[in-house]
Structures are given as structure tokens and as C-alpha cells.
Write a protein that binds this ligand. Structure first.
Ligand code: SF4
Length: 374
């Protein structure tokens, strides 16, 4: 059986956060049924192509999958299961917002097979949560974790954000402490990206909001690495930390360039050596738009992607895997760049892997560019 991962995009939210440029829409309850029927039809359309495949992970992302009726999620899992076999240890993740959970909803999703819950906590500072446009308070994050535990979830993630306007080191430390104190299995710590066209970008442009400088942002990231390591969370990717055995398998498929199908609006796929994506907009998706920007990956594309994605992980790039995939040594033609990076303390080769050091991960993009230019 060939392993595959399935991603389902659920583009509905209770409200739009100030920094968000994802495909997510508030106040569209009237479209939920139509959307899920389109999603199920899209899933069905893959039936022939999925012969011989086995689903190793499913991921409901958004948007806010915990906003919609649990029946939609359960039906989607059931339809996927009818289409292709699931691995015995299949990981099924659902993203959620702490302001949209209810015991019956969580229990229904758990019964349907969802076994990992990823909650957008972002901060434990109510003032920062308000300025981000989040619909929940810090207290509700703790309540959400308790609800999830009661519903039987033993694999929980909290997403956290740093580099926020108005956030200093003290507030960031407090958020890290309170997240750790909840005892979740996995934590993601993302730096705010000010996306063009969002209310946050307008605030930053007008001077109403001031994002911390590079030095402060790097210090916050280092604080996360140190604090979470001390609490038993291993950093396994630039922004992701887990207790042993709780690394997100779905996201690892992306970083290791495994095959995945993205279903729903704005969902991306890597399948049969090709990348393609559904249209970003809900209307375009509901109007039947599918599989756009079709790109068959050549050797150079695959090399670039392998380098870019594998060096995000602390495990690094598998040198034997590179040789198998591309028929040459990774070091070939890169001797000078590798020597420079090792000397500068940005990278190392150890136990058959090329990996970036903590310093190297802070400048990962620049390192990759340097290695591709050789
Ligand atoms: S909850 Fe997430 S997807 Fe929805 S608007 Fe906020 S950041 Fe965007």
C-alpha cells in the first residue's frame, strides 16, 4: 500500500482575526451544507486514482473546523474511510478555536475517529488576544483543554504566536509558562507575519501597531526553544515542539515531501509528482473550480523543495535519501558553501544527515538560497 495524507480545508470562522489572510469566512452558516456536499463530491472524484493507497493521516484545517456541526466532520471521515483503507494507527487532526468547543461536539468528533486536536491559543494575554481579534479569552484556552481531555483526546496541540505588537519578553514568557502548565503534548510557536491587505497591516502601516524588531523577535524564539526544551518538548521543526512520540505526522508528510491530496477551497496537493491547488476563494470553489496551477516537478524543483523542506526539520536532510532520489552526493558542487556554513556555525553533517544548527534555523531561507546557487 502506498501511504497518502488527506487535507480537508474548512473555510468557516466565527469572526475574522486582524492578522489572518487564510481562506476563511465568517457569517456563512447558510453555505455549510453546500460546501460539504462539494467537498464530498471532490473526494469521490479521486476514487479511481486512490486505488492502492492507504491513508496514514487526515487533517481538518481552516478556518475553524470546530465551528461547524460535528456531523459534517464525522461524515467526511466516514466517506474517506469508504474510499480507501486507513492505516491502523491513522492520525486524524482537527484544528479548532477555544471559543467554539462544546462537549457533545468534541465527543462526536472523537467517536468519528478524530484523535488529535490542534487549538489556536495564540496568547495567554487577554489584551493581545483582543488586539488580534481572537474570539476567546486566555481562560477559555484552559477550559478548552479540559473539555478536550474529558472528551478523550490524549494528543493536543496549542498554537502560540510571538513578535506581536505590544508583546514584550515578559508577556511571551508568561504565555509559554501557561501553555506548558496545561500539559499538552505538542506546541507550535509561530512568529507573526504581517500579511498585506489585513487590518493588522493597515495598523502597522499607520504606526498604530509596532511590531518588535529583529533582535527582540530572535530573542523570543530562543526563549521558546530553551523554555520548551526544559519542559520536555523537543524542537523537531523550526516552529514545532513535541513530547517524545507526539510529533505531528501529517505535517511531517509535507516536510518530507510525501504524497498528499488537499480537498476544499485553497487546498494544495502533491500527488503523482505534481503540485496543484484548488482556487482560494469560496465562491470559485463552489462554482466548481478545481486543480489549478498544475506543475509537474522537474529534478531541480524536487531538489529545491527537498532542501527547503528538510532543513526546516532539526533532523535535517537525509544524505542517503538524496543520493537515492537524485543519483549524486548532496555535497557535489556544494563543497565551498558547506564548508562556509559549517565554519560559521550554521550547519553540520552528522550521522548521515545535513542539518542546520539553532543559529542556522534563524536564517534558514538564506542558507537554502546559498546552497541552491552553488
Ligand atoms: S480563527 Fe484562524 S482561520 Fe479563522 S480568522 Fe482567525 S486566524 Fe484566520
Amino acid at each position: 500500500m502506498v501511504p497518502i495524507s488527506l487535507y480537508f480545508h474548512i473555510p468557516f470562522c466565527a469572526a475574522k482575526c486582524a492578522y489572518c489572510d487564510f481562506a476563511s469566512y465568517p457569517n456563512r452558516e447558510g453555505e455549510w451544507a453546500r460546501y460539504f456536499h462539494a467537498l464530498w463530491a471532490e473526494l469521490e472524484s479521486w476514487k479511481g486514482a486512490l486505488a492502492g493507497y492507504e491513508a496514514v493521516t487526515l487533517f481538518f484545517g481552516g478556518g475553524t473546523p470546530t465551528l461547524v456541526d460535528a456531523g459534517y466532520i464525522a461524515e467526511t471521515v466516514g466517506r474517506a474511510r469508504a474510499l480507501l483503507p486507513f492505516a491502523g494507527d491513522v492520525e486524524i487532526t482537527m484544528e479548532g478555536n477555544p471559543g467554539t468547543l462544546a462537549p457533545d461536539k468534541l465527543e462526536a468528533c472523537r467517536r468519528a475517529g478524530v484523535n488529535r486536536l490542534s487549538l489556536g491559543a495564540q496568547s495567554f494575554d487577554d489584551g493581545l488576544l483582543r488586539s488580534l481579534g481572537r474570539i476567546h479569552t486566555a481562560r477559555q484556552i484552559g477550559e478548552a483543554v479540559a473539555l478536550a481531555r474529558e472528551a478523550g483526546f490524549v494528543n493536543l496541540n496549542l498554537d502560540l504566536m510571538y513578535a506581536l505588537p505590544g508583546q514584550d519578553m515578559e508577556k511571551w514568557r508568561d504565555t509559554l509558562e501557561r501553555a506548558v502548565a496545561l500539559g499538552v503534548e505538542h506546541l507550535s510557536a509561530y512568529s507573526l507575519i504581517v500579511e498585506e491587505g489585513t487590518p493588522m497591516a493597515a495598523r502597522v502601516a499607520s504606526g498604530e501597531a509596532v511590531v518588535p524588531g529583529d533582535d527582540a523577535v530572535n530573542a523570543m524564539q530562543r526563549e521558546a526553544v530553551a523554555r520548551l526544551a526544559a519542559a520536555g518538548y523537543g524542537r523537531y521543526e523550526i516552529s514545532n515542539y513535541a513530547r517524545p512520540g507526539f510529533e505531528c505526522r501529517h505535517n511531517r508528510v509535507y516536510w518530507e515531501r510525501g504524497e498528499y491530496l488537499g480537498l476544499g477551497c485553497a487546498a494544495h496537493s502533491l500527488f503523482g509528482g505534481c503540485r496543484f491547488a484548488n482556487p482560494d476563494g469560496l465562491e470559485a470553489y463552489l462554482a466548481g473550480g478545481r486543480r489549478e496551477g498544475f506543475q509537474r516537478l522537474g529534478r531541480r524543483d524536487a531538489m529545491e523543495e527537498t532542501l527547503m523542506l528538510s532543513t526546516r526539520m532539526t533532523r535535517g536532510l537525509d544524505l542517503a535519501g538524496w543520493r537515492r532520489a537524485f543519483g549524486e552526493d548532496f555535497a557535489r558542487g556544494r563543497e565551498d558553501a558547506l564548508a562556509r556554513l559549517e565554519k560559521a556555525g550554521y550547519a553540520e553533517v552528522r550521522d548521515g544527515f545535513f542539518r542546520l544548527t539553532a543559529r542556522g534555523l534563524e536564517v534558514q531561507n538564506a542558507v537554502v538560497v546559498e546552497l541552491m546557487e552553488e
